[in-house]
Write a protein that binds this ligand. Sequence first.
Ligand code: URA
Length: 239
Amino acid sequence: MLTRSPLSREANSGRDRRIKENDSAILVGARAAERVSPQATLAEVGRAAATCRACDLWKTATQTVFGEGSIKAKIMVVGEQPGDQEDRMGRPFVGPAGRLLDQALAEAEIERSQVYITNVVKHFKWGPAERGKRRIHKKPRYSEIQACRPWLDAELERVKPEVLVCLGVSAAQALLGKDFRVSRQRGQFIPSSLAPHVIATVHPSSILRAQDDESRHQQLEAFVQDLRQVARVVKRSVH
Ligand code: URA
């Protein structure tokens, strides 16, 4: 359910058929998130996010990549921002980092159906490669993370996960504070009002960047260990 705005009245008078036909169009503007009613469903929030202009990243991204998964998911996994493939496909974690995440979840015996996956920033931030056509990932700024925060809050309010998992420094610092250090505090449950159990671990992209096979293997194993802790908490809460 979307809250009414002056634009929606225009739509009702028939002056703007495009707006009438597409309720998300009434949310185009700087602060689409603020116009979403607290009663809006997750799907409605996702449609509103598709029109978000709260920062400039929409200008160079293909589309908003909203979270994906069941509203009943016990686990919410939060990454940094969509990558190149996610931007093209409009779905989170479907590129190389997503495939590694899937593998680690499977090894930790967590089913994808138990997980809602999203990002702190919902547009791909990139710059052109020095040579060639590749789009190079750029780290989001604090202001961009803040601009996108209402969407993540809306997801948290609706999914109400039992366990919240932050992947990498951007997600961890956005949700747990700027002083959070993934290198020191990964794999520990952190008291937080965001969910009953909150934990941070590395981002799967960092494992893909490992220097050699041996360190990649070790880093993957440590990542799986962190996810096993999540699996244990969820199993305890189910029984
Ligand atoms: N990295 C992220 O943080 N999120 C994605 O969706 C993909 C890659």
